[in-house]
Design a protein around this ligand. Structure first.
Ligand code: UD1
Length: 431
């Protein structure tokens, strides 16, 4: 059985929380290490399960991965396989990012479809259309896809829909193809900008990352380099919501407010005081009176992130009036709703939207996490619920948050991890 988290509420956040490196920035950078036989050094790598899963996958392919604290060195000098291990790909969608880099460097590669997941269908058609445009033959069978380099060349490709990993996948593949590639309707997330920075340091010419059009002049001789992974804006955003929700105060050490504009606007709208200091971002909600109803529409960056939607819904349960979430990225991403209802929330679900009628007191009970961000939402609900909240299936949370219970405990929350199984917990295993 997986660990559970036990919270005694209600509590108030008060303290400092260090923000880890962004897993969604670390993962594409790790995949990009496949593009060169030289060492690629990543600093500030977060010790979360998704990152460990990709490490395992890369090591299975023959990549040497040296870990010294948060400094990881990856060297793809002796890649022994171009078939991505299926069970690891199924476990984590970002593994799909290894396909293009393997294909461009070794001529062919094979991977199983990552398939749907708890937050709904997640197709990869745009990744594949882009790889075809770059000159790969794409052979799709029932469960797997194989690419073969036919005549690789720079290309002009427009994404039919904004996709984060799709943009990253084509950007890194194009970086290793001599010629000019123009990608249009790109994702503008800070994680895309970080990858562009890495690729530039590796020797490609990448312009426009952070805008809708990215121009890449690739080279077949990418080299090793070192980068520092940017802070995790979703982790920071989760604790910012927690501080406001509990009318507390938190210093998010190392966070970058400019990556969280859409969220911060909502929190300021609630009367929270947000200050950017040399240390990070201070969120102070001690003077907040009643919460106002909110309307959140998830959108590609710089819009409101889908990865913070579930957490925001907890705040909505405490607002005076009717709030609304419209989920435009993953219309099925509402796994948290039933659990919040069991805690006392009044939510009407009509996908892709949900209406939240507040305020309703929440009460502690046993709730089951079903995906990464839904788990974070349930922990936040446990902060304001009366009594004991037990969040089960914590392995979802461990995929993306570094020791959440320790960080919350340091900020004054009564929370503990319990391992109902005598075997060592994930945290014990990975330090
Ligand atoms: C990334 C993030 C994830 C975040 C999501 C949206 C990583 C590792 N994960 O996921 O945390 O929730 O962005 O911000 O960075 N789509 C297609 N065809 C494709 C690809 C995507 O139709 O080939 C659709 C998806 O179904 C979805 C939308 O595009 O509706 C955006 O998804 P995408 O940005 O690709 O999400 P991920 O990159 O998988």
């Amino acid at each position: 059985m997986s660990d559970v988290l036990v919270l005694e509420g209600p509590s108030t956040l008060d303290g400092e929380i260090p923000i880890a490196g962004a897993k969604n920035a670390a993962l594409p950078c790790m995949a990009a290490a496949l593009l060169t036989p030289d060492p690629v050094e990543l600093e500030n790598v977060p010790p979360v399960q998704d990152v460990f899963t990709l490490r395992e996958l890369l090591m299975d392919l023959g990549v040497d991965v040296q870990v010294a604290g948060d400094r990881w060195t990856l060297q793809a000098e002796q890649v022994t396989s171009t078939t991505v291990p299926p069970e690891l790909t199924r476990r984590m969608r970002a593994s799909f990012l290894t396909l293009g880099p393997l294909g461009v460097r070794f001529g062919s590669a094979e991977v199983v479809y990552p398939g749907g997941c708890a937050i709904g269908e997640r197709p990869v058609d745009l990744h594949l259309a882009g790889l075809e445009a770059l000159g790969f033959a794409v052979d799709q069978a029932a469960a797997r896809v194989r690419i073969r380099a036919r005549r690789l060349r720079g290309a002009v490709f427009e994404f039919a829909k904004v996709t984060v990993t799709g943009t990253e996948h084509l950007m890194m593949t194009a970086a290793a193809i001599p010629g000019t590639t123009v990608l249009r309707n790109c994702a503008r997330e800070p994680e895309v900008v970080q990858l562009a920075e890495l690729l530039r340091q590796m020797g490609a010419d990448v312009e426009g990352a952070g805008t809708a059009q990215i121009i890449i002049r690739g080279t077949s001789s990418l080299r090793g380099t070192a980068v520092r992974v940017i802070p995790d804006r979703i982790e920071a955003g989760t604790y910012a919501v927690a501080a406001v929700l509990t009318r507390g105060r938190v210093v998010l050490r190392g966070a970058r407010a400019e990556h969280l504009t859409a969220l911060m606007e909502h929190l300021k709208g609630q009367g929270a005081f947000i200050e950017v200091t040399a240390e990070g971002v201070v969120v102070d909600a001690r003077a907040v009176a009643d919460f106002r109803p909110l309307r959140v529409v998830t959108e590609p960056y710089p819009g409101f992130p889908t990865d913070l939607q579930a957490q925001m819904m907890v705040l909505m349960t405490q607002a005076l009036g009717v709030s609304e979430v419209v989920e435009t990225i993953f219309p099925d991403r509402f796994n948290h709703v039933a659990e919040l209802q069991r805690m006392g929330a009044r939510i009407e679900l009509a996908k892709p939207a949900a209406r939240v009628y507040g305020p309703t007191p929440l009460r502690g009970t046993v709730v089951a996490a079903s995906d990464l961000r839904a788990s974070a939402c349930l922990v936040l609900a446990g902060l304001i619920a009366r009594g004991t909240t037990v969040v089960t299936n914590v392995y979802h949370l461990d995929r993306g948050y570094v020791r959440m219970e320790e960080k919350l405990r340091q900020a004054g929350v009564s929370i503990r991890r319990v391992n109902p199984d005598p075997r060592p917990s994930t945290m014990d295993l990975h330090g």
